[in-house]
Design a protein around this ligand. Sequence first.
Ligand SMILES: Nc1ncnc2c1ncn2[C@@H]1O[C@H](COP(=O)(O)OP(=O)(O)OP(=O)(O)O)[C@@H](O)[C@H]1O
Ligand SMILES: O=C(O)c1ccc[n+]([C@@H]2O[C@H](COP(=O)([O-])O)[C@@H](O)[C@H]2O)c1
Length: 198
Amino acid sequence: MSGRRIGIMGGTFDPVHNGHLVSASEVQAIFDLDEVIFVPTGQPWQKSNRQVSAAEDRYLMTVVATASNPRFSVSRVDIDRGGTTYTVDTLHDLKAAHPDAQLYFITGADALEQILSWRQAEELFALAHFVGVTRPGYQLDDTHLPHGSVALVDVPAMAISSTDCRARVAAGRPVWYLVPDGVVQYISKRDLYRDGAP
Ligand SMILES: Nc1ncnc2c1ncn2[C@@H]1O[C@H](COP(=O)(O)OP(=O)(O)OP(=O)(O)O)[C@@H](O)[C@H]1O
Ligand SMILES: O=C(O)c1ccc[n+]([C@@H]2O[C@H](COP(=O)([O-])O)[C@@H](O)[C@H]2O)c1
């Protein structure tokens, strides 16, 4: 189909939380996107300081979290490619799958801050529009990026991080309403994050 506008929400999603979902929903509405594809990472090289949960668990939690939204879907491209995940590969794969679509890659303020350290960073801006969203605790700023390459969007403040969700589960504290109900149940069913080390 030509002329489609597709958002891409990349993340480790360990676990996916309501900050991710609200960001994707806001950008979908503001840019009138036909779809937002959530793309769980394979091996995220900038998180090598900790053990990331199994890709299948992160993928399934993302499927559970997005299932009720008809405009949300989940892609396995980064997981199935295997190895270290680089966004340049994600964008090439999704462009090949949707050759006529315009791609909008969504990042939180923290990820946007780091983007010039990403692999082949200079190529990224030719492959997709970038949308930076606000995130409590981080300054949303694009002055380090090529002029006009990024749109900045205010999303309702969600002071939620996967790190905090993991720490809460490890400490026996609730994550209800920070992550979707199905994700709370998936974490419990699979006994994720119990052993700490967030
Ligand atoms: N609360 C939030 N508000 C806005 N954007 C967010 C929020 N949490 C994460 N993001 C963005 O979502 C994307 C994926 O984030 P990621 O899966 O690493 O979650 P995280 O909460 O940052 O995880 P961790 O705490 O393990 O580092 C990144 O672009 C990140 O900036
Ligand atoms: O391409 C890179 O080098 C690169 C480095 C760090 C992060 N990313 C991407 O940024 C998105 C958010 O990553 P993270 O690590 O904050 O979950 C996700 O799609 C990652 O693949 C990409």
